[in-house]
Unconditional design. Sequence first.
Length: 238
Amino acid sequence: MLAGLGKAPIKDEIELLLEFPSGLVPLLKKGEIDIGLVPVAALAEFPEYHIVSDYCISTNGEVASVAVFSQVPMAEIETIILDYQSLTSVMLCELLLARYWKKSVKFISAVNDNYFDLISGTTAGLIIGDRALMYINKSNYQYDLGAAWKAFTGLPFVFAVWVSVKKLDKEFVKRFSEANGVGVIEIDQVIDGLVFPDYNLSTYFKENISYPLTPTKLAAIDLYLKGIKELADSQDPQ
């Protein structure tokens, strides 16, 4: 999607800041940026927000880049070390453990990539992003969270959406969304410029990841936000 934002006419209307989605949340809160591609888990933090594009980062089943890796079956896992880079994926993991796999485990938050070496015995690890794609086939069991969510709900899962905290000009929003669409159409050009030997990037960007933000995906966002709120409320000692 970002590739389209670097082209006219939209490129002359925006200043593009490259940052992890989680890093954009505080900037939106402070009003330092007008639009951000933010993790869906963060939507609950905004008293008001507006989705400003017809495109998102989502999956309609197996996502490949968000998974629990383990040396033992799910039934035998006692501890899961949680990746430190994605709150949305962490909360999805906790929600699926509680509601889909109906299993209680000890969660430990990782602080860096060194936890990969700790995935052994009954200790599993939630790994996301490029590192998950590199870790595929390095453990006996892999539990893809996109596939698990699909099996649990029958819905796709949305990881990030374009959001503003105030209403923007409708014509600008239209041009911004159209620019996102250009990036999706030209995805082959993006893939051709990347080198990644551990996983087929054409498969990843064109099959594992889904971009149009459909009504079904909006419903999936609502269900996810409701689920993580209910889970948090159930864990509140008060």
